[in-house]
Design a protein around this ligand. Structure first.
Ligand SMILES: Cc1cc2nc3c(=O)[nH]c(=O)nc-3n(C[C@H](O)[C@H](O)[C@H](O)COP(=O)(O)OP(=O)(O)OC[C@H]3O[C@@H](n4cnc5c(N)ncnc54)[C@H](O)[C@@H]3O)c2cc1C
Length: 351
């Protein structure tokens, strides 16, 4: 709904895009700002576990064995990592944390193609509706106004095309294999070919001669070898960084930022926020909610602002109707139409 508003209202931007690579445009300045305020960062320092004592976090054990003690702890690790921190003791104090491992993830990973010429395509994102691997892309250079490509990377690179693949189960057009069964090299070749097939015609926009290099998400790690359960060799990649997807009913499995432990808050995209989409927006709101909880605990009056969703009044009667049906135990009207459609198509199939 919020995305639609942005597209229909000419006074608002349709989508917002950073004016440089994410680290340079956003993360690095933010880190510099926080350091200026006295924050000490310890990058590449994984935490192994929480120590819980007396119903609260007593300390952290780092992967190198060192201990850390603090007044407040903020858990902000990805959804597939968080359950490792939920010890039975912690779950007893904050049962909602136990439900994080019920949240579902899917694969959505990116690749960048570095091009000899800048190919702008359109001024926004592209959706390749015909690509088996559900590709989307953006031609970066037209937006990276704050970044000089000549100062970095190989000299011949003049354009950057960022592409995301969201379907890892449908066979591709070159190797006839789903993405998760391909090697990293095959994934790059396959995505490049799917892009070319879509973009080239009637005019040619991508040619092999344009491609200087590519960079695929390092979270995709090649695996190979005999399957333990079946008599076959399983090849392809595993995804060390799957993306949270908010499925029907997932809201109740998302923990609040203030989870009821006196010195622990949660600040990740799976926290119960106003956003029903794993996004930086949701992670940001979770951070704000965690900050507010900490402020409340320490008697700080000032709070970070939280934005509510805007929904048009015209939808109110439908929502009211839906609420009544729900209370009566009746299915959603959409579900009824779906099942009717299934029945009619099954009957049609028989005929
Ligand atoms: C391909 C792709 C495209 C996307 N595009 C968009 C977009 O256009 N707009 C948008 O809003 N969102 C987008 N998203 C979603 C967005 O990136 C995430 O929702 C957001 O980054 C989540 O932020 P987070 O802080 O919750 O988690 P993360 O950004 O995943 O941060 C978690 C951190 O925890 C660290 N960590 C892991 N284990 C440990 C440990 N044991 N100890 C200490 N630290 C640890 C990780 O290294 C990481 O830095 C995209 C996601 C993907 C995968």
């Amino acid at each position: 709904m919020q995305l639609l508003f942005g597209q229909l209202d000419p006074s608002r931007p349709t989508e917002r895009i950073l004016n440089g690579p994410t680290n340079e445009a956003w993360i690095d300045p933010w880190v510099a700002y926080l350091e200026e305020l006295g924050v000490e960062f310890r990058p590449a320092t994984p935490v192994r576990r929480f120590e819980v004592d007396g119903g609260q976090v007593a300390g952290l054990e780092l992967a190198d064995g060192n201990q850390v003690r603090s007044d407040e702890y903020v858990l902000a690790v990805p959804v597939e990592v968080a359950p490792e921190f939920v010890t039975p003791e912690l779950a007893r104090v904050a049962p909602e944390l136990r439900r994080i491992d019920r949240l579902e993830t899917a694969w959505m990973n990116g690749i960048q193609f570095y091009l000899r010429e800048d190919v702008e395509l359109t001024r926004g994102h592209q959706v390749y509706a015909d690509a088996p691997w559900a590709l989307t892309s953006i031609s970066q250079r037209q937006f990276w106004t704050g970044c000089d490509l000549d100062e970095r990377g190989p000299e011949e690179v003049a354009g950057v095309l960022s592409v995301i693949a969201s379907d890892w189960d449908t066979p591709g057009i070159v190797y006839d294999k789903p993405a998760r069964r391909c090697s990293r090299e095959e994934i790059a070749t396959e995505i490049w070919e799917q892009l070319k097939r879509h973009l080239d015609g009637p005019e040619t926009r991508l040619t092999d001669g344009l491609l200087v290099d590519w960079f695929l998400d390092p979270a995709l790690v090649e695996v190979g070898g005999a399957s333990e359960t079946r008599d076959e060799t399983v090849e392809g990649v595993e995804n060390r960084s799957p993306l949270l997807i908010n499925t029907v009913g997932a809201l109740r499995n998302r923990p609040p930022a203030d989870v009821g432990v006196p010195n622990l808050t949660i600040a990740s995209d799976y926290v119960r926020t106003n956003s029903d989409l794993a996004s930086m927006e949701s992670a940001n709101e979770a951070g704000r909610r965690a900050a507010n909880a900490i402020c409340r605990r320490h008697g700080v009056r000032e709070t970070a602002r939280i934005w509510e969703l805007e929904e048009p009044a015209v939808l109110e009667p439908f929502k009211h109707h839906d609420r009544i049906r729900y209370r009566l135990g009746l299915p959603h009207p959409g579900a009824v139409t779906q099942s009717l459609r299934r029945v009619t198509s099954r009957l049609g199939g028989r005929a």
